[in-house]
Design a protein around this ligand. Structure first.
Ligand SMILES: CC(C)(COP(=O)(O)OP(=O)(O)OC[C@H]1O[C@@H](n2cnc3c(N)ncnc32)[C@H](O)[C@@H]1OP(=O)(O)O)[C@@H](O)C(=O)NCCC(=O)NCCS
Length: 204
């Protein structure tokens, strides 16, 4: 399978002869094993994930919602539709679900999209019960790899200064090139680790 097919994207030929990474869709070929032994699958988000995004957001604790969205307001259906519809190029999202043979509930999402400041902003969330098992690291690596395959090599993220998990995740799994603290939010610029560095981060 081609690299761009890895997270559920199949390359198809445009009538004009160019290559597109639009649907049809497949699931990622291999499940990944988390720290608790559970098998999960990562794949590119699809428009029909909008209700699953809403359900995931409804299950999140207020703290996790705040850390992800910087507000306690839950997603509305219109927001979920926007988030579930990406162009798989400048806007990308990878979702994780438990590998139970069904297209079951989402347990994590990582996305990037252009930000107002001209950077490509990354945001991640993992369902509370699934945090601390390595899923955030897998999603982040998959997302940055997808970005790299599309020529995006520098990313940004805004993280609450008190959010130790997210700062630790980004500190261990990316190369941070700039860091600015403003009003309790850490603004980070970073790139993807090399394959060797990724293996070292996983092993340590
Ligand atoms: C940040 C987040 C995505 C990490 O996901 P996760 O699945 O827990 O991540 P991992 O299990 O891969 O752990 C990542 C790192 O955080 C560390 N970590 C996990 N839980 C922790 C905790 N409670 N306290 C401190 N560090 C913790 C892990 O040890 C790991 O570091 P390591 O690689 O050195 O072992 C998840 O905590 C989350 O959804 N938080 C709310 C939303 C958010 O903060 N998003 C980021 C801003 S957009």
């Amino acid at each position: 399978m081609s690299a761009s097919g890895e997270y559920g994207l199949i390359e198809t030929m445009h009538p004009t002869g160019g290559v597109s990474t639009r649907p049809p869709w497949v699931r990622a070929p291999e499940p990944m094993i988390l720290g608790n032994g559970a098998a999960v699958r990562l794949r590119a988000i699809r428009p029909d994930d909008a209700p699953r995004l809403l359900a995931l957001c409804d299950r999140l604790s207020p703290r996790t919602v705040y850390q992800r969205f910087f507000t306690t307001r839950r997603l509305r259906p219109a927001d979920a539709n926007v988030l579930a519809n990406v162009d798989y190029d400048e806007r990308m999202a990878i979702v994780a679900n438990v590998d139970d043979g069904h297209d079951s509930a989402l347990i994590g999402v990582a996305r990037y999209a252009p930000s107002d400041d001209g950077t490509t902003e990354v945001a991640l969330v993992v369902a509370d019960a699934w945090q601390g098992l390595g899923l955030g690291s897998l999603l982040l690596e998959a997302l940055l790899r997808a970005g790299g395959e599309r020529g995006i090599h520098e990313f940004s993220a805004d993280v609450l200064a008190e959010n130790r998990q997210a700062l630790r995740l980004l500190g261990r799994h990316t190369t941070i090139t700039a860091r600015r603290l403003e009003h309790g939010v850490v603004h980070l610029l970073f790139g993807r680790l090399s394959a060797v560095e990724t293996a070292t981060a996983r092993a340590s």
